[in-house]
Design a protein around this ligand. Structure first.
Ligand code: ATP
Ligand code: MG
Length: 159
């Protein structure tokens, strides 16, 4: 569907307004003026964004910040980034967290709820759309997850 990116991202944030308020996390949404809309499978991408924003909230301490941006990159892809100021992911776990049921440090995750499926599902959906997910993280500094999607011509069947 033809999608207004700012609207889509604001709607994701709205779906988490309760948790965000509860943890006093501030959110900014920024969309590049050169890429205000995109042709997207909204059901799939909404599910991806919900999983990533849910993680950003869950693994960020009270009073933290989440910045969400959308733009087109040099490779001609749509890049949606979700950046948090959370607990981050240790280097040794970085290449495993997309595995099903993998969670960093069971002790730290136990009382946070969840099954360890969010990222693997997100990656599956993004790949099915011809895209990829990149993740950068530093312990106790934060995490940036970037979803890269092909920019489809309007009317494409896959969306
Ligand atoms: P679920 O998403 O199924 O509720 P989950 O959040 O534990 O459970 P994933 O979303 O797959 O599972 O994430 C896997 C693990 O990666 C998490 O348990 C957490 O340790 C780590 N992780 C994911 N996102 C972040 C983030 N933004 N900051 C810090 N750690 C993260
Ligand atoms: Mg999750």
């Amino acid at each position: 569907q033809k999608t207004d990116l700012a609207e889509m991202l604001e709607e994701v944030v709205d779906r988490f307004s309760f948790q965000l308020r509860q943890k006093a996390i501030t959110v900014t949404v920024k969309v590049d003026h050169k890429q205000k809309t995109a042709w997207l499978d909204r059901d799939g991408i909404d599910q991806v964004l919900d999983n990533l924003v849910s993680n950003a909230i869950k693994y960020t301490l009270d009073g933290g910040a989440i910045d969400i941006t959308a733009k087109s990159n040099e490779a001609g892809q749509l890049a949606i980034s979700i950046k948090d100021t959370g607990i981050g992911i240790p280097k040794k776990d970085l290449n495993r967290i997309f595995e099903r049921f993998y969670r960093v440090d069971k002790a730290r995750s136990r009382n946070m709820g969840g099954t360890g499926l969010g990222l693997s599902i997100a990656r599956e959906i993004v790949r099915a759309h011809g895209g990829s997910i990149q993740l950068e993280s530093e312990s106790n500094v934060g995490t940036v997850v970037t979803v890269l999607l092909p920019i489809l011509p309007e009317g494409s069947e896959t969306a």
